[in-house]
Design a protein around this ligand. Structure first.
Ligand code: ADP
Ligand code: MG
Length: 630
């Protein structure tokens, strides 16, 4: 323990010694630092003293400066005040002087002006005086001059008058001479003319005599030859020849008689044929309805409707149209197939030639003296104009048939006069399609009826005498030109108007004395599509109303006629039926073609058209059946 303690004590003493020496060292360093700081403080105190002194100096300097400044400002104020006062005095002075100057100048000016005015006035007075004197002098001079001139002129006029009098007298004499000469020349002219006429007449007479003489000569020649032949023949002295000659002569006479009998028989047969033909036509029905479905244009039309022709191999009287699809509440889809039957149905393959076969019988009726109306009814684009007016359409074919038939009938004594007109009914007014295009919609065309003769005349319309087949081409060309002119006025005019080609056929038989007067009307109706009134306005609305009205009126008239009942037929309800009134009733023949466009897009219009046609057809046929397939 003691050793341990001694170790510890030794250790502790060692540590304390080193610590004490360390502290002594530190104290020594700090003492040096204190001395240093003491020295700095002394220096700073000295500087502070200096600064204080400086401050005091500066303050006293500022005070002095302030004092000086105050003095200067006061002086300055005084100076300014002085200057202002001086300025005011100067100004007053200047103003005073200015006023005085102005006043003086004004007075001076006034005086000067006065003087100038007075000077001027005296001068003007002087001048005026001089002028008026001058004027008076000049007036006087002028007067004398004018008087002199007048005298001179009067003298000249007198001279000229005498000269002209002489000249006129001479000219009168000359004119007289010339007139006499002219009269002489005229007399000579008349003489010459008269002589010329005489010469001409003489020439004609001589020519006539010459041709007569030539003919006579020829006849004489022929007679001479015949005589010679006869002499030769007689001289031949052949009994057999003479017999043969007589035989021949007799047989010829017989043949002529037989021909005469045959001709007479033929004429009777023709009259009979007319009667029978009409009977056949009446049996077929004076009102006929046929349907024509045009082909689709494979280049542009891709949505054909489902239209079929169940009896196309047999009678060709039926057409089936599949209606639109309908869905029931249970989800069953049904389509109705509508069937229609007419006097004849023409499918898409049919040609204008086949269609004309049906019409040709009616054209014959018109030649036989009956009135005939052929209508094409249907929506725009269904083929009405193609059927009627195309180069091989009904109009050219009908006229061609009329020409050839008229020629044939000439042998039987018939002579025909044929006149064509082409009329348009647009917005319930008549237009002449053969007139001048400038007159379209302007020149009034009137329709007049002779209620006794039951004939219709068109006043102010151009009527073309059909003296050759080329006339029809001309008529169709003029009409289509006029329509295209009108088309620029109101779009698509041709489908918004009815056009009526009227052919009047007047026949007379010089042998039998029979007469016939028939009219063939070929009507291209306005498009039957029903435009909703709400969608049309202005011109279009008026057109639509007029088309609807006239088409339904046509239906009513045919309905009424077909019913066979006596009584009032409403021809007057539209301009179209009014125009055609004598070609619709009585023993007239009516054929209506309902034209059908084969497109699905036109289905609704197709069904509407077929319904309309069925109604017309049924007036004398009975009710068509309607089938519904599921
Ligand atoms: P619509 O006069 O009824 O408005 P269009 O006669 O002008 O109709 O016919 C419309 C189009 O169909 C025309 O291009 C016409 O040439 C054509 N077309 C009409 N019918 C026939 C047909 N039977 N055969 C061939 N093309 C036809
Ligand atoms: Mg047309």
């Amino acid at each position: 323990m003691e050793r341990e303690f001694a170790n510890f004590k030794q250790k502790m003493e060692g540590d304390a010694l080193s610590q004490a020496s360390n502290l002594k060292e530190t104290i020594k360093v700090l003492q040096a630092r204190v001395n240093e700081l003491e020295a700095i403080r002394t220096t700073v105190t000295a500087i502070n003293e200096d600064l204080k002194q400086d401050l005091k100096d500066t303050k006293s300097y500022i005070a002095t400066a302030n004092l000086e400044l105050e003095t200067i400002r006061r002086n300055h104020t005084f100076e300014v005040d002085d200057l202002r006062r001086k300025h005011r005095i100067d100004m007053d002075d200047v103003q005073d002087r200015y006023r005085k100057d102005t006043e003086r100048t004004r007075k001076e000016n006034e005086n000067a002006a006065d003087k100038v005015r007075k000077d001027f006035e005296t001068q003007i007075d002087k001048l005026l005086k001089v002028h008026s004197e001058e004027l008076a002098r000049m007036e006087k001079q002028l007067k004398t001059e004018v008087e002199e001139e007048q005298r001179r002129r009067a003298h000249e006029v007198h001279q000229l008058q005498t000269e002209y009098g002489l000249k006129i007298k001479n000219v009168g004499l000359e004119v007289d001479t010339k007139e006499r000469e002219a009269q002489l020349v005229q007399g000579e002219l008349i003489n010459v003319k008269w002589e010329l006429d005489r010469e001409r007449n003489l020439k004609v007479a001589l020519q006539g005599q010459l041709s007569e003489a030539t003919a006579h000569n020829l006849t004489l020649d022929a007679a001479n030859k015949a005589m010679k032949a006869k002499i030769d023949f007689l001289e031949s002295d052949s009994q057999a020849q003479s017999q043969a000659f007589n035989d021949l002569h007799r047989r010829m006479q017989e043949a002529i008689e037989a021909a005469e009998v045959a001709n007479e028989k033929l004429r009777q047969e023709e009259t009979l044929r007319r009667k029978l033909h009409n009977q056949v036509q009446e049996l077929k029905g004076n009102i006929r309805v046929m349907c024509r479905v045009r082909p689709t244009n494979t280049d542009t039309e891709t949505d054909p409707a489902k239209i079929s022709f169940p009896d196309s191999d047999a009678d060709s009287k039926e057409v089936y149209v599949q209606g639109p699809e309908k869905q029931s509440a249970l989800g069953n889809v049904t389509t109705a197939t509508y069937s229609y039957s007419f006097d004849r149905v023409f499918g898409p393959q049919s040609q204008n030639g086949e269609v004309f076969e049906e019409i040709s019988q009616l054209v014959q009726s018109a030649l036989d003296g009956y009135n005939v109306c052929i209508f094409c009814y249907g929506q725009t684009g269904s083929g009405k104009t193609y059927t009627m007016s195309s180069p091989d359409g009904m109009i050219p074919r009908a006229t061609a048939q009329i020409y050839s038939e008229a020629t044939r009938l000439e042998e039987k004594g018939w002579r025909y006069k044929m006149e064509g007109s082409f009329v348009e009914v647009y917005n319930e007014t008549y237009n002449d399609l053969l007139g001048r295009s400038e007159d379209l919609d302007k020149k009034k065309l009137e329709v007049r009826h002779d209620t006794v003769k039951k004939t219709t005349t068109l006043e102010n319309a151009v009527t073309v005498t059909l003296d050759g087949p080329q006339r029809v081409e001309e008529i169709l060309k003029t009409a289509s030109k006029n329509r295209s002119v009108a088309a620029t006025k109101a779009n698509q005019r041709s489908s918004r108007s009815h056009s009526v080609f009227i052919l009047k056929l007047v026949g007379e038989n010089g042998i039998t004395g029979e007469k016939s007067e028939g009219t063939l009307n070929l009507v291209d109706l306005a498009g039957s599509e029903r435009l909703e009134h709400s969608k049309a306005e202005g011109v279009r609305l008026k057109e639509t109303q007029n088309i609807n009205k006239s088409l339904s009126c046509l239906g009513d008239v045919i309905d009424r006629l077909g019913s066979g009942k006596e009584g009032h037929v409403p021809y007057r309800n539209s301009k179209l039926t009014y125009l055609l009134q004598y070609s619709l009733g009585g023993n007239s023949k009516t054929l209506m073609f309902v034209m059908v466009s084969p497109l699905q897009a036109h289905l609704q219009e197709t069904i509407t058209s077929l319904k309309f046609a069925t109604k017309v057809h049924n007036t004398h046929i009975g009710t068509a059946k309607k089938q519904t397939k599921v």
